[in-house]
Design a binder for this molecule. Sequence first.
Ligand SMILES: Cc1cc2nc3c(=O)[nH]c(=O)nc-3n(C[C@H](O)[C@H](O)[C@H](O)COP(=O)(O)OP(=O)(O)OC[C@H]3O[C@@H](n4cnc5c(N)ncnc54)[C@H](O)[C@@H]3O)c2cc1C
Length: 479
Amino acid sequence: MAATAFDQLRLLFPENTTEKVVTPIDQDNNSEKYQAAVSRPWSQTCWIPAAAYVYLSSVQELIQALAIVRKTGTKFAIRTTGHNPNAGFSSAGETAVVLDISQLKSKELITADEGVTVAQFGAGNTWGDVYHWLEERGLSAIGGRDSQVGLGGFLLGGGMGALPNLHGLGADGVRNFEVLLADGRLVNANANENSDLYRALKGGGSNFGIVTRLDLATHPLINVQYTINLYNPDDHVAINQATVAVQQAMEEDPKIGLFTNFNNGFVAVGLLYGDHPAEPPQAFGPFHNLKSLVATALQSTNGTLLSLAQAMGHPQTAQKRRICTITTKVSHDLYEEVFKAWGEVSKTLPTGAVLHYTIQPFGKAGVQAGKARGENIMGHENVSQCWWVFTCEWPKDGSDDAAAENAIDAMSEKVQSLANAKGLLLDFKCMSFATASQKVLGSYGAENVKRMREVAAKYDPEGVFQKLQNGGFLLRDNV
Ligand SMILES: Cc1cc2nc3c(=O)[nH]c(=O)nc-3n(C[C@H](O)[C@H](O)[C@H](O)COP(=O)(O)OP(=O)(O)OC[C@H]3O[C@@H](n4cnc5c(N)ncnc54)[C@H](O)[C@@H]3O)c2cc1C
């Protein structure tokens, strides 16, 4: 099937075929390009050789490529940056093609209804591209904390930014999605047009179409004061107390942002504030009072979303990675039990593998900010919450995949059962941080699953995105 498809795909680009359709057949003169495409994803677990990588540089090319894929019944994956670590989501095996849309980098400002300035970005832009371009114009938009992550997967998965309580999640800031449907139509989805699709896309992933452009609400330049401190993990009781205290303070002050990352030998704490106060905000006092500070990874900086995202950007390192997520209410007791479980599970890991986890707070103000901007599809409860993300990283050739993968599954089960026993477990699982087997779409609640099924049936009646898409959090098996 793939062979027929890429013969036809090549015909689309007679002038520069081997630039646009990269296959292993061209190994002799194109092997570097092919290897670069295979190894683009952030996690080595996704370095799977596909039948072809098709580089689309315009929406028109994408429309033609999708038509061929559909007509030939070829499996496909959509890729922007390849940051999602689940194998087969933005990567695919030898019978499938990867449609790479990272070249869709258009950028434009428009004045929308009520004089609001909206920024239109091609789906291939990264958050670094977006912040840089907006800040040159004195503007900001709500996006990711890492400059290299792409708009597509981030926004379709909800998207947790540095200051999630200030204006809600990334998805809540999308004013309009331009979407390529399976039948080749390019439609807009916003509050007035295809509003059912609009809501479903705000957290519903790649179930309904390929998003080609995202129109984001802009804000006057958002200043951010940030610092990243490293603490000794032996002080976990006080570190967890300080984390809870800052989470409580967030409910009063939506400019506060925080992450607490328990890692091998250190705890990295990001103290973020959506302004440039003359003095560090008092809310961070519980961390400033800790005696266990071992180093400052990032000095207190008066910056912006761009400079923060650049500081948080990462070099590409060849590591296999697996992640999972759980959402709970805020509780010092639970945080301590999770710390102990982490210690136990870490002991099961082979040499060279590292398990770390991050407490990511999301407050009631964030839930409400989202509601105020129109509903999304994620069904968040109106409580102060913690979006845990557990990450295992291990060298490709160094150790046992199964042990590392089991460690993530063990953390997921343990934290779920600990939180459940205390009545602190929340259903929601954030797509951005979930492992493939987690039922993300099902976690949004029965009513939202029904909505998403109706939208999929209406906009993709033949089920192309369910049947031919290689992987993803799809309605076919993720509820
Ligand atoms: C270093 C790092 C930092 C991160 N930081 C954050 C963070 O601060 N907050 C947060 O919420 N998440 C964060 N994430 C998670 C990230 O948002 C997800 O991994 C997301 O899926 C990446 O999207 P992408 O488009 O960059 O990557 P890809 O892997 O290319 O795409 C991810 C998924 O989305 C689909 N997809 C992508 N674009 C489109 C499109 N236009 N139309 C339809 N489907 C599409 C792909 O098919 C794939 O299934 C981070 C991840 C990493 C590795």
